[in-house]
Write a protein that binds this ligand. Structure first.
Ligand code: NI
Length: 169
């Protein structure tokens, strides 16, 4: 089932999410629906708060579904190691049609759990590192525009306010 994606301006997107403690069918269904929503968008990642659920759950596929078996579902993800740096253009399904250059680690090691509560470890380089970092930011109420310089950020915010007024957001 496709879920509606919350847009910038919704206060849920700026809240810190709670860790998942119950690994049940509801969690499984949420993860499945989030993956479906991400692929349909299409996007390379989606975090639970973007569909209005304040839980620490992300889905990521750096190939956007181009390759089979690339879907990563992570519960309570945590970056335990960062290496290097990349500075690339980034967007967000909650801030459609806007992008900005964001500094991210070139490589990350992320721990977390799968949907059954088993420990999981994921290593990501380049785009995958960026997407993992971006989605984990969402769980802490941080959006990519929060990483931009104040001028670029204000330009985007002003344009969004204009769209809100025009009923286009
Ligand atoms: Ni995002």
């Amino acid at each position: 089932m496709m879920l509606p994606i919350l847009k910038y301006g919704n206060p849920i997107l700026q809240k810190v999410c709670e860790p998942v403690t119950v690994f049940d069918k509801t969690l499984e269904t949420l993860a499945k629906n989030m993956a479906e929503t991400m692929y349909a968008a299409p996007g390379v990642g989606l975090a639970a708060p973007q569909v209005g659920v304040l839980k620490r759950l992300i889905v990521v596929d750096a190939t956007a579904g181009e390759k089979q078996g690339e879907l990563i579902t992570l519960v309570n993800p945590e970056i335990i190691n960062k290496e290097g740096e990349q500075y690339e253009e980034e967007g967000c399904l909650s801030i459609p049609n806007f992008t900005g250059k964001v500094r991210r680690p070139y490589r990350v090691i992320v721990t977390g759990k799968d949907l059954q509560g088993r420990e999981k470890i994921v290593e990501g380089e380049a785009l995958l590192s960026r997407v993992l970092s971006h989605e984990i930011d969402h769980l802490n109420g941080v959006l990519f525009i929060d990483h931009l310089g104040p001028i670029k950020r204000d330009i985007i915010k002003r344009k969004i306010r204009k769209k809100v007024r025009a009923g286009e957001w």
